[in-house]
Write a protein of this length. Structure first.
Length: 129
């Protein structure tokens, strides 16, 4: 399974806050389920938008897989208020993990280690790939 590291609070917003676009400077042809990895760093406060419900500090996890989401498209424009471009990965079907799975992240789309993928699939009841 592929994974994508996303800085907080954007990772939280993808899984819990209705964020349906992940903005990137690079495009992808990948379509399908990915693990959402909450990176070890936080976005600076000045660029965090005002949401109807801000995440509580204890809801923000760093350095761990926090759930999965599906990439269904990659676009250069979109009507979502989350779109900033230049590319946006269109996301759907977020599923949160009850307990995060600690692991280091990486840049771009990266492959989960097999043991971590098994733990993730077991935790979400996804079965074997």
């Amino acid at each position: 399974m592929k994974a994508l590291s996303v800085r907080q609070p954007w990772a939280w917003a993808i899984i819990h806050g209705g964020k349906d676009i992940e903005n990137r400077v690079w495009n992808t042809r990948f379509r399908g389920m990915i693990a959402v990895h909450a990176a070890g760093t936080r976005v600076t406060e000045s660029i965090v938008p005002t949401w109807s419900r801000q995440p509580l500090p204890e809801e923000l996890v760093y350095g761990a897989i926090i759930g999965v989401v599906e990439i269904i498209d990659a676009v250069k424009q979109h009507q979502s208020p989350w779109f900033e471009g230049p590319y946006g990965f269109v996301l759907t079907n977020p599923q949160a993990l009850a307990e995060p799975l600690n692991c280091p992240g990486a840049q771009s789309l990266w492959d989960l280690p097999p043991d971590l993928e098994r733990s993730l699939r077991d935790a979400l009841g996804l079965g074997v790939a």
